[in-house]
Write a protein that binds this ligand. Structure first.
Ligand code: APR
Length: 320
């Protein structure tokens, strides 16, 4: 008779060797990418979901795109701010946050700008945001240093509100219609984007001249110096690193991806958690490494269970 037992999330033998190594590890890194937030409903950059309307998401994430069309780039980022605010951290975010509280020398390097790790309670001193945050904004004028953190205003200016469908025929008043209105999906090119004038975009309160821009790191831009310095100091603090977990990233963007080899050079074993075997860093997995194939939201809590126990109700209590 065929077995009805559910297939284990990770092969038991690998789970055992990984947990044993994690238990003994004192210096641990994690490198996170968009796949970490995929099961929270946020799209990744490459592959399916990487298109926003007719634009490659990566092509909108450049200073050149902002210079050419700040309105379009702001519509893209306003949409991402809105989606991420309405998403919830998933079990992988909570599991890593718990591990960070339990292990003194565990540092997480995240390429994600969605704010889900902080919202899962990840201690801020142990979380380095390599590419900034959707909720930071700064002035786009070269000579102005205005920078604001934790700006969760959604929409950041009224003109960037997600358009809604207020044409529900069962409503009788304008107020009721607005209450029942459905947000339109502006990532779909068949939905018209609202007209935007430059003067409707968020303006710098300090220099009064520049347009504000998202405080994320765009292609061609340097990573924040203080973040890189903190990471370098952590890496240099000891001659060895025991483990690096590479979670939900295609590891193609540098310098972020370079931390994998830096950790390996200090003796770290590498554990890759990814939906796609092709992103396991072809030819780069050594015999002592692990590849765990599947959804990070399922696999990460399973891998860390020996250290953090069951996530259970701690997930319901947070992010209220
Ligand atoms: N669980 C685990 N892995 C997943 C999941 C999931 N549920 N869903 C997707 N993945 C994997 C994909 O197989 C892919 O390897 O996540 C990875 C996402 O890769 P990218 O889209 O390239 O995202 P990321 O690696 O974070 O990109 C790096 O590039 O566009 C820039 O600045 C942006 O921070 C971003 C950087």
């Amino acid at each position: 008779m065929a077995s009805t037992a559910a297939k284990p999330v990770v092969p038991p033998k690998d789970l055992e060797t990984f947990r044993e190594h994690l238990r003994k590890s004192t210096r641990i890194l994690a490198l996170l990418g968009a796949g970490m937030s995929a099961s929270s409903g946020l799209p990744t950059f490459r592959g399916a979901g990487g298109l926003w309307r007719t634009h490659e998401a990566m092509q909108l994430a450049t200073p050149e795109a902002f210079d050419a069309n700040p309105g379009l780039v702001w519509q893209f980022y306003s949409y991402r701010r809105h989606m991420a605010l309405n998403a919830k951290p998933n079990p992988a975010h909570y599991a890593l946050a718990e591990l960070a509280k339990k292990k003194d020398n565990f540092l997480t390097l995240s390429q994600n700008v969605d704010g889900l790790s902080p919202r899962a309670g990840h201690p801020s001193g142990k979380l380095k945001l390599l590419h900034g945050s959707l909720y930071d904004v700064k002035c786009s004028e070269f000579f102005c240093s205005y920078f604001e953190t934790d700006n969760y205003t959604d929409p950041i200016v009224p003109a960037l509100a997600i358009p809604t469908d207020e044409s529900d025929p069962t409503t009788t008043t304008a107020l009721e219609a607005r209450a029942k209105a459905r947000e339109l999906d502006i990532s779909d090119e068949s939905v018209a984007l609202p007209e935007l004038r430059i003067r409707d975009l968020p303006r710098c309160p300090t220099c009064k001249k520049g347009i504000l821009r998202p405080g994320v790191v765009w292609f061609g831009e340097a990573l924040p110096t203080n973040v890189m310095d903190d990471i370098d100091t952590w890496i240099a603090a000891d001659k060895k690193i025991d483990l690096i977990m590479v979670i939900g990233t295609s590891a193609r963007v540098f310098p972020a991806a370079g931390y994998i080899e830096e950790a390996r050079a200090k003796g770290a074993r590498v554990a890759i958690i990814n939906m796609d075997r092709n992103d396991a860093g072809k030819g780069k997995l050594f015999k002592q490494d692990w590849f765990f194939e599947g959804d990070a939201a399922q696999i990460v809590p399973e891998l860390l269970k020996g250290e953090i126990g069951e996530l259970g109700e701690m997930m319901d209590l947070r992010d209220g």
